[in-house]
Design a protein around this ligand. Structure first.
Ligand SMILES: [Zn+2]
Length: 245
């Protein structure tokens, strides 16, 4: 496995770093800023920044879970960066210096959008960059699946997923975990059709330890049972089945 994967976009580069068991942390960087997204561990992020000669100006957390925030204080101490995350989680996100709510943010001279997406946790944010059609979904939407309902209700999660569905189909989905193959197995078990091409592609990638992330909304709208659920009731049923899969 490589220690990072590089994605070059018009307005910034994304460096994708596999950390912990199956998490992805991201470094988003352009000439104006370097933001670390969901650093669950400080050490690999600090060494990656040093290796690539990057100086983080921001840490962005999608939600409070330790595997997305445990690196906050170590990175902040090393680089003196700001920590941005959901406002109402100020007491659960280490080092939070600015609380975010739904609405526009400016990051590295770019206009981004914070979308509030509760369900997995009480507060959870998504980060959307319209220009390059990039969405960081944390633990709300995964490739082929969605996050568990730890603190929020099925209704909240369903609404959060509808917000994602409303974005352009070309949107690239950068999520917090590599759960894709297991999610495809579940999708098959609930009768989602036409998964073969994706299954072959993702299996090949995983055999070489290459991330299946990012996905695209266009693909997810075809294969992700949770995005295909037509009602809260259907979603609730699917989520219960997946919890016991
Ligand atoms: Zn989580």
């Amino acid at each position: 496995m490589e220690s990072h994967y590089l994605h070059q976009f018009e307005s910034f580069k994304i460096i994708q770093i596999p950390i912990l068991k199956d998490n992805y942390a991201y470094i988003l960087t352009n000439e104006k800023c370097t933001a670390v997204i969901d650093p669950g561990d400080a050490t690999p992020i600090i060494s990656k920044c040093k290796e690539l000669n990057l100086w983080p100006t921001h840490i962005l957390n999608t939600h409070h879970h330790w595997d997305h925030t445990n690196g906050n204080l170590g990175i902040k101490e090393e680089f003196g960066c700001e920590v941005w995350g959901p406002l109402s989680e100020a007491d659960r996100i280490p080092g939070l210096s600015k609380g975010l709510t739904e609405g526009p943010i400016i990051l590295g001279g770019l206009n981004g959008q914070v979308l509030s997406a509760p369900g997995h946790t009480k507060a959870h944010i998504l980060l959307y960059f319209k220009l390059d059609q990039i969405l960081f979904t944390g633990d709300v939407l995964f490739c082929g699946g969605c996050g568990r309902l730890f603190e929020g209700s099925a209704n909240e999660m369903y609404i959060s997923l509808q917000k994602i569905k409303a974005l352009p189909a070309q949107t690239r989905i950068f999520c917090g975990h590599e759960y894709s193959l297991k999610n495809l197995e579940f999708a098959k078990s609930v009768g989602i059709k036409n998964l073969e091409t994706t299954e072959i592609a993702w299996t090949r990638q995983r055999e070489k330890n290459i991330p299946t992330v990012p996905s695209t909304l266009e693909l997810e709208l075809k294969i992700n049972p949770f995005l295909l659920a037509r009602s809260v009731e259907e979603f609730t049923q699917l989520r219960l089945l997946k919890d016991n899969f």
